[in-house]
Design a protein around this ligand. Sequence first.
Ligand SMILES: [Zn+2]
Ligand SMILES: [Zn+2]
Length: 241
Amino acid sequence: MTWQSGTQFKRLYIKYSQVLFPSRCLLCGGRLLFQNEKGVELCNHCSGLLVPLTGRRCEKCSLPLISEHRMCMRCRERSYLFKTHYSLFQYRGNIRELLYFYKFRQKYLLASLFSRLLYKTISEMFPHYPLVPVPSRKHLLKNRDRDHLMPVINILKKEYKIGIVNCLQRKGDIPQKELSFEERKKNLYGKISMKKGMRLTHPDILLFDDIFTTGATADECSRILLNNGARNVSVITIAID
Ligand SMILES: [Zn+2]
Ligand SMILES: [Zn+2]
């Protein structure tokens, strides 16, 4: 078989296997004859519904604002160390479901969708900022084969040429659920540190996490980055809870 006919055969095989064994849209369950966007199992209708937040936002938590202030009431009471935080979505509905599939069902093909959406915001709002991933919690890693942020990070690095500085590490693992911002901050103090020998050389850093809850983790990571050469830390997340 020549190289060309081999490739044709492969294409035909993929085409007919998709017809014979159609996958279903993760959100509506509708049959997918052809997956869009690099195998992401979403129909066109459902992926069209994933429209990022727009309009005026609180500059710290990224929730929509109704007042003329730059920050919402809750954030005005907290003194976050990061300069600004931008989240693509609110953590509800379709996005909540997709993040669940991504994190707990290992639907890592969704990484291409998240990376594309993140890249759009990063290139408009934080161009040339090195991206620092928030280190994953150990118990999450134990139950899965890899750090769930890595597939997104790898696409941002390889396809979108974003500089990644994987400099933070986390020790200990205290469940943070149900805790307040202050309690989480207290728990986290001293648990996040710079990896040995790492030093930041760029003044503006963009910290990345999937979900922003109280902002305690982002704040503790910011404290470490600011103590290790960063002048400003901004935060980007996929969703705000
Ligand atoms: Zn669908
Ligand atoms: Zn706020």
